[in-house]
Design a protein around this ligand. Sequence first.
Ligand SMILES: Cc1cc2nc3c(=O)[nH]c(=O)nc-3n(C[C@H](O)[C@H](O)[C@H](O)COP(=O)(O)OP(=O)(O)OC[C@H]3O[C@@H](n4cnc5c(N)ncnc54)[C@H](O)[C@@H]3O)c2cc1C
Length: 439
Amino acid sequence: MQGDGRRLRVIGEWDVAVVGSGAAGISAAVTAARYGARTVLVERQAYLGGMGTGGMVGVFCGLYTGGPEKRAIPSAFGGDVTDRLAREGACGWSDIRRTRVVHYDVGVLKVVYDALATESGVDLLLQTGVTGVLADEGRIHGLVVDNVEYHGVLLAKQVIDASGDASVVHWTTGRTEKGGAAGETQGATLVFRMANVDTARAVAVSRDGFSELLEQANREGTFNLPRTDGYFFATTHPGEVNCNMTRVAGLDTTMAAEATLAEVVARQQVQEYARFLRARVPGFRDSYLSFYGSTLGIRETRRIVGDYVVTEDDLRVARAFDDGVAYAAWPMEIHAATGDGTVWEWLPDDAWLEIPHRALLPLGLTNVQAAGRCISTTHEALGSTRVMGTCMSMGEAVGVAAAQAARRGLSIRELPMAELRGELDAYRRVETDTRRRVG
Ligand SMILES: Cc1cc2nc3c(=O)[nH]c(=O)nc-3n(C[C@H](O)[C@H](O)[C@H](O)COP(=O)(O)OP(=O)(O)OC[C@H]3O[C@@H](n4cnc5c(N)ncnc54)[C@H](O)[C@@H]3O)c2cc1C
């Protein structure tokens, strides 16, 4: 017998280690690397992008304010992503409700993220799960990872938890929260794509009209459609729409058995909604289910408990903070935890909230930041901060902060705030396509 029994061994040492490559993690890793930090990005899937690719979300929200002006939030990384997608003819801008969004091709986004990561010098580890931490009082020294080759440790001076589930912080301190007052979390959705749709006929069906068709089908008892406020959205390809209409509620996807059941239930729902679309919705008669997300789309699980908790009141007044480092402009969009319905509450016209750096700092840890949907907020505020434009903005903030802290040998709370904010302003002042207008 010659095997090493998967003995734990040190793989290398980095200035910054980023866990998870959703909109927050990829933005954080690219930014840290651009700022000179030796950076490793660890992702358990075979591709970058998290919900934005694997979950087939397909639309960037939060890059623009809501209101008559639809101002672009300052975003260097967001601008780079949309510029590159536009060059490939793989994205488009549209005004919906009171704001502006960018819809994009999910496959091309994976390649754009690959390019941004490799060009910036990030060390990429795909198909690699972070499975534990090496930590002592107040500090993470290394991440335990598993992949096809090794069971190893990545040593790092600064760690960014962009796992969506706040897993790294949870394993280290146990100081995380989940959901609202009763632990309820927003419903999950498996996004799917229908092809060969007569889109001219389909888009003539209003959102309200679509809901009525769903409700009618449920009343007749011929279909079982748990959510009736979903809709479908144009993609960058003719005859194709992305469908955001399933709802898996009441299951906790941080529990293994429930996460498994959620995926199974979601796939059953996709089949049922596709059957409904073909049978009942104008323009879909000859369509077919061409693709669905490789993972169920999760809106909410665990959040860190940070030095500051962003609240719904902060969003209602679009509060600014002395340590504001990222921008949230999307309304609080809260999908029902059980049953049907989605609540929307907008920020003041054309205003954004500044997310304070303290909301990215987990209590009790000196070299760890969080970014993305797992930062320190209330359940309600998360309805806004979770969207990808905001996640990218947070990624920029933690990326610059981690690079500065690693270079200067400081703990994350010792960073001079004026310098961090100054550096972020300089980074984001780049004139980018996020300022582009429709047409
Ligand atoms: C159905 C649905 C529709 C949505 N619609 C929109 C929309 O239209 N526009 C919009 O902007 N936002 C939308 N959102 C919200 C948005 O997509 C997510 O909130 C956002 O992508 C979160 O980004 P993130 O980087 O925090 O996490 P995620 O995108 O969840 O990424 C986390 C990453 O970490 C990886 N990871 C986790 N744990 C580990 C580990 N232990 N080891 C290694 N890797 C790990 C995961 O594989 C994943 O790639 C939607 C969300 C859902 C679910």
